[in-house]
Write a protein that binds this ligand. Sequence first.
Ligand code: HEC
Length: 171
Amino acid sequence: MTVKPSQWAVPMLAVVAAGFHAPQTGAKKAQPVPTSTATAPHVFTITPEEKARKNPIAFTSTAVKRGKQLFESQCSMCHGANGNGRGNLAGAIKVSPPDFTKPGVLSKRTDGELFTIIGQGTSVMPGQRHRLSDQQRWELVDFLRFLEGKTPEPAAPRQKRLLRHQVVVHP
Ligand code: HEC
């Protein structure tokens, strides 16, 4: 048997009055959502699929070099050029950037998590999803792994890359 609205209207009112927000019921929000949500540490919303995503860009010195250039122009003002969290802007923002060179800070994150975080941003960090390409964000992940102390593979030999494009079609 279905419950008629009149039967749950009274308990529902009590719940709303108590400040409990149940968005699914369509109940009006009693209080405005605060606009400033600067909290530390930021709570990221990362799905299991995002967490499990593998980095399609190989961890080579070429990718690290590209990631380094992006990091210097987009991230170092807060995170510091070597990722220690002491960029020029770090003192001016409410939340201190973490020290990426400290053991355990980045190693607790999967590549997929870092990729998602860079895309989402936080209350103080601009999200890059609409500003950088996926490839650039994965290159940043590679650079973060380098900052963490990992050693990339040497760049692929130039010859190999040239050969792929040197397909000569004879008549
Ligand atoms: C305006 C300053 C600012 C800029 C620019 C910035 N960040 Fe951040 N970032 C922060 C702060 C502050 C935190 C800590 C967030 C928190 O806990 O609330 C953070 C957190 C992170 C984290 C999460 C670390 C963790 O595991 O908790 C990653 C990864 C990161 N930043 C990468 C980047 C990259 C890559 C860029 C450049 C594309 C970047 N950030 C640009 C300020 C910044």
